[in-house]
Design a protein. Structure first.
Length: 116
RNA sequence: CAGGUCGGUUGGGCGAUCGCGGUGGCGCGUUGUCGCCAUCGAGGAAAGUCCGCACUCCAUAGAGCACGGCGUCGGAUAGUCCCCGGGGCGGGGAAGCCUCCGUAAGGAGCGAACCUGCCGGACAAGGGCCACAGAAACAAACAGCCCCGCGCUUGCGCGGGGUAAUGGUGAAAAGGUGGUGUAAGAGACCACCGGCGUUUGCAGUAAUGCAGAGCGUCAGGUAACCCCCGCCGGGAGCAAGGCCAAGCAGGGACGAAGCCAUCUGCGGAUGGCGGGAGACGGCUCGUCUUCAUACGUAUCCAAUCACGCGGUGGUUGGGUCAGUCCCGGGUAGGCUGCAUCGAGCGGCGCGGCGACGCGCCGCCCAGAGAGAUGAUCGCACAUGCGGGGCAACCCGCAGGACAGAAUGCGGCUUAUAGACCGACCUGAGGC
RNA sequence: UGGGGAGUCGUCCAACGGCAGGACACAUCCCUCUGGAGGAUGGUAUCUUGGUUCGAAUCCAGGCUCCCCAG
């Protein structure tokens, strides 16, 4: 995921966390808000509760890798924040991807893949 | 060979595809949060932040006090209480050997390499504390032993004195054993052992050790309690610091004037001409950007008057109000510090027991800012499990620790699956 | 990057360097037709590793975990 499609500034994170809707899953939390520029941006976060530095990095890498394949199917004009929870660092890539798919469907950002 | 220790090296390899970050080069009807190519991309601890430096900013006449740290000797270093090598006093240390006890099983002692804790002063001075037990906890006499006097039931009571060997208590009671000595005793005296703010010789740079002489042997412990002595110490930290700088607020300069048309819900809105400020140009002018009809018994200041006097009100005078431009400081934010030119890394040689030092050759090696290393697959490899095989080995499944740079460096501490190499000690056997 | 604090029964708190205590909870018994309440009895702990000391929860050092503060 290239940096230009990433949420980077602190005020963006604050805005999305304050005014966006959140959807929870045991592995990850999704926060959705409208993007003022009209494109899709994604932020990834892992707090102290996600573990030590290796586990936090592992969780963020898993989220980025899982989102890489899902990004083209997501509706635009939104800012997303993915917050890792404590169990994510020991999860597999397939687990992460299905968790994200579940969350995106609940947020109605992606149509249910009835063909798969 | 068996057992016990210690040190060092390494920290999963090769390849393919997709993805991410930095740097360099090239490209462009699109100068971009762009595209293409090349190249580089975590560690031995990157961790904890326990020490010490570099670097940066602030403070700084001198001296003293307070506070904090350190305290054996020598060395190494840019520097360190922490590194290296010694010294002293403790603690730990397998099997076996050896010694002792035991008929034996076994037990106790000794115990190597090595590991590990501590290190000024309790006699240079002072204060505090030492529970319980015990007569007594730093100064003493409970029982006991002995002497003297008195009494009588002649081995006991009372009174006075001597003593600290014996008993019991305790972690600790003015060194231990044997003798001389004595009324009983006592370093009172003697021998040996132990000890020492004494001293001589030898070894060592020194701490210290060994040997001898001397001192009768000295009134406990605790300074990781206060304290005393000696030495050392300015503060902050890359979110340090430097540069640029929206917005808001501040200071300065300039600073206006309306008229017409259309619509109208009569509040106003839009447009034209004119006006203000600034920028640019070919500068008596043109173009562009932008602003306004706000002015009110608004608000601020000064003087003065009145009253019900820290206040309120009146009068007079002056300032402020739109906008533009300029100025300094500076917030958000950006750039830098900051990506090796260095206490740098690798190799070889030399010196040193070692920490480390010196010389030569080669190399240029991560750098983000919501924070780059991931995913999938294949081939071998170490390991574990199951099966087959006499065996080498084959097949299947599982599966590779601790852990992620954020200014850099040195030391320490802590976590760590394994793999490899080397050294030391003890014992047994062989030559 | 720097600074501060805490760790004691299952939980919340006490404790001069000298026998670790209290409340609630838990277990057993009594009381009751049963349960609750009440009463009696009991078990249970100093984060960890070393050191100083005759003696350590307390003093010192290293480690682990958690919390807080400043920029």
């Amino acid at each position: 995921m290239q940096r230009k499609f990433r949420l980077t500034r602190s005020e963006d994170f604050k805005r999305v966390r304050r005014s966006g809707r959140s959807y929870a899953h045991p592995l990850v939390v999704l926060v959705v808000d409208k993007n003022p520029q009209g494109n899709l941006r994604i932020g990834v976060a892992a707090g102290r509760s996600a573990g030590a530095a290796v586990r936090r990095n592992r969780a963020k890498r898993l989220l980025r890798e899982a989102m890489r394949t899902l990004t083209p199917t997501i509706a635009s004009h939104t800012d997303l924040i993915l917050i890792a929870r404590s169990g994510l660092a020991s999860a597999t890539l397939a687990d992460t991807r299905s968790a994200l798919l579940n969350l995106l469907q609940r947020a109605q950002l992606i149509s249910p893949p009835h063909e798969s």
